[in-house]
Design a protein around this ligand. Structure first.
Ligand code: GDP
Length: 458
């Protein structure tokens, strides 16, 4: 178990009214107390916040005026003593406070190390720890509520329940194998196994079937806006961004060449990909041909295909229709404030059962209908995160799939009438895969790797 005292700035880098430096470990209180001019922090009650100053030991000047929260183990996030120093003096002062703490024997925390300690000390399980990470990165309210629920242990509880059922089944069969007094024991055990594996299999399938939605919530729906020059693509992008609270557009720690805008359309997180790329898609079909552009467009989850109400349909428009055939797209006939020169009947024919929305972006008309159509494309209306347990984490999805496969192997064995001690091997594998989700059977290296993905100070 880790026994040194770690520290980091826990608030985002940048200018803010306050910034928090956090310490966790056995020396957290002692180190802080040495620098603190205020009450003796060894004497104050746990879970109190205390006003004072952090003194610079080199210059004997005030480094910053602060509020210090003292939280004693074990009732803390890491189950260790935790100190949180609320600094007021901007980034320079915060960095100075951090430096002083480091010079007094605290160690700079690795990314995710606070959460890792919480996990190692049994405060949270692995899927909850990952939820902390999701929460930091959540870009929409819905994604946030999914992460919050996971942190709350919903997924963990469900997984634990399934594992318990598998364990009981194995135990039940074990007992029967050990006491084969009755002739029909083998038969009965097969029946128990068959019923139980089926039940668990169904639950895993349900989790996986909502996983796609979970992934979308987490990452946003990759949305491309295409159409000929001048039809209104940039205007559409601007309208969507302005009407809907734009969410975080910058993910710390990633360098990206392409520009992305996140917008939240009726709870549906859209990731509008690459504004520059929008301009390129104008002649994408001309440049690379219908087949290749189809491949490119297939990477989007949603295509907003803009046409000009004020112009007759062109060859290029028809080629674009070909390129989006079979994909999830919405046709937007824009500039309805201008004279109708497009043949709407023909557009309908080309679009088949895909929705067609008419808009005048300049007069802000039709935007509501468009947003409704977007929401309906993905979730038949609003997304309901109320009762569902969403699995949105790639690692979890992978493990669920492995668990499902192992369970199917077991089910096949049962149907083939294989001896139950053989079938049990697959049931045990299922149990292990599920365990990895909550970190019960996860290896150390996996744990290290997972926590290293966190931001500093978490
Ligand atoms: P893009 O080249 O497809 O990105 O098109 P833009 O969004 O730059 O729009 C091209 C021009 O059409 C601009 O001058 C817009 O102001 C104008 N425009 C966009 N939407 C409408 C509309 O609904 N009605 C009218 N009359 N003009 C529009």
């Amino acid at each position: 178990m880790a026994t040194d005292t770690i520290t980091a700035i826990s608030t985002p880098i940048g200018e803010g009214a306050i910034a928090i430096v956090r310490l966790s470990g056995p020396e957290a209180i002692t180190i802080t107390n040495e620098l603190f001019s205020g009450k003796d922090l060894h004497e104050v009650a746990s879970h109190t916040i205390n006003y004072g100053k952090i003194m610079d030991p080199d210059t004997e000047d005030i480094a910053d005026e602060v509020m210090v929260s003292v939280m004693r183990a074990p009732r803390t996030f890491t189950r260790e003593d935790i100190i949180e120093i609320n600094c007021h003096g901007g980034m320079v002062a915060v960095n100075r406070v951090l430096e002083i703490l480091l010079s007094k024997g605290a160690r700079l925390a690795e990314p995710g190390e606070f959460t890792k300690r919480a996990f190692l000390n049994g405060r949270i399980d692995l899927s909850q720890a990952e939820a902390v990470m999701d929460l930091i990165r959540a870009k929409t309210d819905k994604a946030m509520s999914v992460a919050l629920k996971q942190m709350d242990g919903r997924l963990s509880k469900l997984i634990a329940k399934l594992r318990q059922e598998l364990l009981e089944t194995v135990a039940h069969v074990e007992v029967n194998i050990d006491y084969p007094e009755y002739d029909d024991v083998e038969e009965m055990s097969h029946e128990v196994m068959r019923t139980k594996t089926k039940e668990v299999h169904q639950e895993i399938e349900e989790l996986l079937s909502v996983a796609k939605q979970g992934k979308i919530l987490r990452e946003g729906i990759a949305t491309a806006i295409i159409g000929r020059p001048n039809v209104g693509k940039s205007s559409l992008m601007n309208t969507l961004v302005q009407e809907n609270k734009a969410i975080v557009t910058d993910i710390p720690g990633t360098t990206r060449d392409i520009i992305e805008e996140y917008v939240n359309v009726r709870g549906v997180p859209l990731r509008l990909v690459d504004t520059a790329g929008i301009r390129e898609t104008e002649d994408i079909v001309e440049k690379i041909g219908v087949e290749r552009s189809r491949q490119v467009l297939r990477e989007s989850n949603l295509i907003l295909f803009v046409l000009n109400h004020n112009e007759a349909l062109t060859k290029e428009d028809e080629k674009l229709f070909e390129a989006v055939k079979g994909l999830d797209y919405i046709v937007i006939v824009n500039k309805t404030d201008l004279e109708a020169k497009i043949d709407l009947e023909y557009v309908k024919e080309l679009a088949g059962d895909r929705p067609i929305i008419t808009t005048s972006l300049i007069e802000e008309e039709g935007v509501d209908e468009l947003e409704k159509a977007i929401a309906a494309t993905f979730f038949d209306g609003e997304i309901d995160t109320g009762d569902m347990t969403y699995v949105s984490n790639i690692r979890h999805i992978q493990l669920l799939k492995q668990a499902k496969q192992a369970l199917e192997d077991a089910m096949e064995g049962i149907e083939l009438g294989m001896p139950l001690d053989i079938v049990q091997i697959d049931v045990t594998r299922t149990w292990e895969f599920l365990g990895e989700i909550i970190g019960d059977t996860a290896s150390d290296s996996l744990i290290d790797q997972l926590f290293s993905q966190f931001c500093l100070g978490k």
